[in-house]
Design a protein around this ligand. Structure first.
Ligand SMILES: [Zn+2]
Length: 406
């Protein structure tokens, strides 16, 4: 793999070139197969700025990692520290080498506007927000016009916080399965490229206990202390740290129900939006994400679900099948707490899972190792929010986490 960055004003353009033994089919760290659609993408920053070569290399790696085998050649020298992290994490020979490493002091938040990142923003009221905004690609047709990145960007601006929007078409590099981040870490491309000018020494994300510790999303659905995407000691955690920008997961110890409780109880409540399709008036109410999140919100608020989606709709199909489910801990929590669950699309799942308020109590407390993983500079403040708002898990609860999926 060879990558080249060129800049023109506030736009940075990345071009990649595959080696002869590399193909258009690649594999994301979580195991997902992906296919490459084209060989260039761009990132538009709020202003033109020079960027440390390690940051350019890190940003490029979040895009090209799935297709790289054995070797990557950057267009300017990187530090030996960054090259060592690429080698130990992926077995990749990276170079040329010859730059000094960088560092910074401030913590920024990668902010999508969903409940998880809004919870992080509520915990860190002074941290600047960086919002990734999808824009179309000049060479790849956009057949996903229902994805309203413009609405999400507007909501982020309305938070009244220090928000920096970063525009990019990098998601259109994926032909299969659909436009999206080549690696999940590409959402941080703006934070990475701006780390020098903003003096960033860490980037916080809204990954909660399901994504970090329970193998949630499209990953393995079992307890993963060594999660390769998000553990501090995993390949990505070490790579970001080598670039002076450790990954920080302030809500990594609590469940999605608790991040939602935090977000909806915060000043950001009116700007929280997990639906990618809704317009200025509100979420669409018809997509799978709306259905799943409504279950969680109803559970948090201990009320019946408000939805017009019925069990025979395609978006409700997976909940008619037996488990396991992605995000199953939240389906258990929802089924345990929503009055009248037997009249919802989750009736069958509730029968399979047999969850109760007692059996899901652990999902209201914080898993202590998640706090231990936070870099020391920011640990104390986050730890006290966890202690005051949720309390920490006891040995019994921790056993629930550590035997998840077995
Ligand atoms: Zn929706």
């Amino acid at each position: 793999m060879r990558v080249t960055w060129t800049s023109e004003g506030d736009v940075w353009r990345l071009r990649l070139r595959l080696d002869p033994d590399e193909g258009v089919t690649g594999t994301v760290t979580d195991g997902q197969r992906v296919e490459l659609a084209t060989d260039t993408c761009h990132v538009r920053l709020p202003r033109s700025s020079s960027v440390h070569p390690d940051l350019l290399a890190l940003a490029a790696w979040t895009v090209v990692a799935p297709w790289t085998r054995g070797r990557i050649v950057f267009d300017r020298p990187i530090s030996t520290e960054l090259a060592a992290a690429l080698h130990s994490g992926w077995g990749v020979e990276a170079g040329p080498v010859g730059e000094s490493p960088r560092s910074g002091t401030r913590l920024a938040i990668s902010y999508s506007g969903g409940a998880d990142s809004a919870a992080v923003a509520a915990i860190l009221p002074d941290a600047p927000l960086l919002h990734f905004r999808r824009v179309s690609h000049p060479r790849v047709p956009n057949r996903w016009t229902h994805y309203r990145s413009d609405v999400l960007a507007r909501l982020a601006e309305k938070t009244g916080r220090d928000v920096t929007p970063v525009e990019s078409d990098l998601e259109f590099l994926l032909r299969y399965p659909r436009p999206g981040y080549p690696e999940h870490h590409a959402v941080m491309v703006g934070a990475v490229l701006l780390a020098g000018t903003m003096d960033l020494g860490g980037v916080a994300l809204g990954y909660e206990i399901g994504s970090r510790w329970l193998g949630g999303g499209r990953y393995v659905h079992r307890y993963t202390p060594d999660n390769p995407m998000w553990s501090a000691h995993g390949p990505w955690g070490r790579l970001f740290a080598a670039a002076g920008l450790p990954i920080v997961l302030p809500v990594g110890g609590i469940s999605e129900a608790m991040t939602m409780r935090l977000a909806l109880g915060s000043e950001l409540r009116d700007q929280v939006r997990w639906c990618l399709r809704g317009d200025g008036d509100g979420p669409c109410g018809r997509c799978g994400k709306c259905l799943y999140k409504e279950l969680i919100q109803a559970a948090v608020e201990r009320r019946p679900m408000r939805t017009t989606i019925t069990a025979d709709r395609p978006v409700a199909r997976k909940w008619q099948q037996p488990p396991p489910y992605g995000g199953q801990e939240m389906i258990e929590y929802g089924c345990a707490h929503v009055p009248g669950i037997e009249d919802t699309p989750f009736a069958r799942a509730a029968e399979y899972l047999r969850a109760t308020p007692e059996s899901t109590k652990w999902l209201e407390r914080c898993y202590p190792p998640a706090v231990e993983e936070i870099p020391e500079a920011w640990r104390k403040g986050i730890e006290s929010v966890m202690a005051d708002d949720f309390g920490f898990m006891h040995a019994e609860d921790m056993k629930r986490v550590e035997s998840w999926g077995r």
